[in-house]
Design a protein around this ligand. Sequence first.
Ligand code: FAD
Length: 323
Amino acid sequence: MPVLVYAENAEGKFKKSTFEAISYARAIANQNNTTLTAISIGNADAAELAGLGKYGAEKVLNVSNDKLKNFVNQAYAAVVAEAAKKEGAEIVVLSNSFSGRGLAPRIGVKLEAGVADGAVSLPDQSNGKFIIKRLAFSGKAYALVELTSTNKVISLSPNSYKVVETGSTAVVEDFNPEVKASDLTTIIKEIVRSTDKVSLPDADIVVSGGRGLKGPENWGMIEELAGLLGAALACSKPVSDSGWRPHSEHVGQTGIAVSPNLYIAIGISGAIQHLAGVSSSKVIVVINKDADAPFFKVADYGIVGDAFDIVPKLIGAIKEYKA
Ligand code: FAD
């Protein structure tokens, strides 16, 4: 049962979450003593494609088609499902990214596959079963799901599997499946960037501010800290509801879900609705003047103190370190 992994790229460049998905798919292929093929859709160049071999793909199917220049759920799902059929792959792996969340169930339907989304560990295949541990209830719990169908689709939660480099180069093969007009129900005419700053869902580091910062006039130090760390900016819901920050920065259950390597929460209480969107971050640092703030319960590092005292000191220390 060969394994197929969808190698997502952003404007031709593969992301860390893609390398995680390939490394994870390689490990599943090894568990089953089989091969791993990656599929890339879009305009990645030859060196980028061959470089996916470093993470364990033996072959890369390269789909380059003007109709697929921008992400369209239905069409991309159809192409990945076609690739799985062509390769005879019974397991399809992808990252549980924004697009991965849309693709996984659609690919599942096309392949009549069981779907486990938000996987956080390798499948347990003992006793002939195939059991996946996945995030449940917006990241507040884990569920063990058994996939009993022959075909299986697994989306990997970002930051839950280490990138492993095996050091080889992949063979790149062009793949040109037919793209049906009925799958192109949405056509992206133009992409207009709202900001040149680091994109929040893909950010490695996120600096986030809450109502404890008192007002929009106090965001200067938050922006300075984020700038020094190369971080994206985020905020709690009341902050964006009050118009202090744009809604595009609102994280949580009703906002964007992030899982960076480092999440710094400043003046945020840590309500469950906020945690739902940030708790899968690898390291959480909380700055809050209330030692009983719920956020400290999930923090890896906590600083009890006034943000207006701590943040300038932090900025000073980082500047000193960088000098
Ligand atoms: P507060 O709860 O007011 O907390 C401010 C914190 O700042 C306090 O802990 C305080 O001790 C600290 N503080 C005050 N002054 C300072 C200082 N000088 N220095 C350091 N710390 C200080 N919220 C989200 O964020 N995202 C969501 O997606 C979301 N979805 C929701 C969906 C529903 C259906 C509902 C009902 C609520 C949702 N909420 C969401 C709101 C959520 O319940 C909380 O009200 C919200 O997260 C609180 O925001 P906050 O922590 O910024 O503000």
